[in-house]
Design a protein around this ligand. Structure first.
Ligand SMILES: *[C@@H]1O[C@H](CO)[C@@H](O)[C@H](O)[C@H]1NC(C)=O
Ligand SMILES: *[C@@H]1O[C@H](CO)[C@@H](O)[C@H](O)[C@H]1NC(C)=O
Ligand SMILES: *[C@@H]1O[C@H](CO)[C@@H](O)[C@H](O)[C@H]1NC(C)=O
Length: 190
């Protein structure tokens, strides 16, 4: 008998607490009007570990890194050219600048944290911020776009990567990057 009122009181308190929170999940009129643009980018990524197009510096490794087949512990700083087509001589659209860390002990897997910094056209000066796991020679490479700046402010989405060239001997890797993002329309985002 004594338990029943306590129980309904708890339910009442629960409803009282949860109501305002629930109502916030519905967009306000202003929020509904903010449209999201879905945009796709396709470009090519030229990783050169050596030679006159070098775009990678190995900046750190542990004394034991070389004992791992997977280069576990190595950190690279990269500034990689992004081009419109797969050929290095094709038009430059921007750079991919950031850090690659060999972060997997057992199979080669990198943690990539970098920005696409666009230097051409409508998105000149804008960035997309990427973070994710990159397992070389995998059919399924996908990383998250966790933000953006400039015209791409507030972007969210993902990158799918297809390796076209993975030449360890020459230290060259050419990847096709398919980027899909949504971001609030800058025209409506006043
Ligand atoms: C790098 O060298 C290749 C051949 O040796 C040449 O075709 C290319 O233009 C050079 N690139 C730069 C940026 O100097
Ligand atoms: C890249 O373009 C240059 C000059 O246009 C051409 O000589 C070369 O064969 C092309 N390379 C590839 C892999 O298509
Ligand atoms: C991109 O923006 C920079 C800085 O505003 C400017 O110097 C450059 O000319 C622009 N490039 C293009 C292709 O519009």
């Amino acid at each position: 008998m004594a338990k029943a009122p306590t129980f309904s009181l708890i339910i009442l308190i629960f409803i009282a607490i949860s109501l305002p929170t629930n109502s916030k999940e519905f967009p306000t009129k202003g929020e509904m009007r903010r449209s999201q643009q879905l945009t796709h980018f396709l470009f090519y990524f030229h990783y050169h570990l050596r030679g006159n197009e070098t775009s990678v510096l190995v900046v750190a490794q542990a004394p034991t890194t070389n004992t791992y087949r997977t280069r576990f512990g190595e950190v690279q700083v990269v500034d990689i050219r992004l081009t419109e087509g797969p050929n290095l001589s094709s038009r430059t659209l921007g750079r991919a600048q950031g850090l690659f860390t060999y972060a997997d002990v057992r199979e080669t897997g990198l943690l990539m944290v970098y920005n696409y910094f666009f230097t051409e056209g409508r998105y000149n000066g804008s960035t997309l911020n990427v973070m994710g796991r990159y397992p070389p020679r995998s059919d399924n490479i996908e990383m998250a776009v966790i933000g953006g700046s400039g015209h791409l402010r507030g972007a969210r989405g993902y990158v799918r990567v297809r390796e076209l060239v993975n030449d360890l001997e020459r230290g060259i890797d050419i990847d096709e990057h398919h980027v899909s993002v949504i971001f609030p329309s800058p025209l409506l985002d006043i």
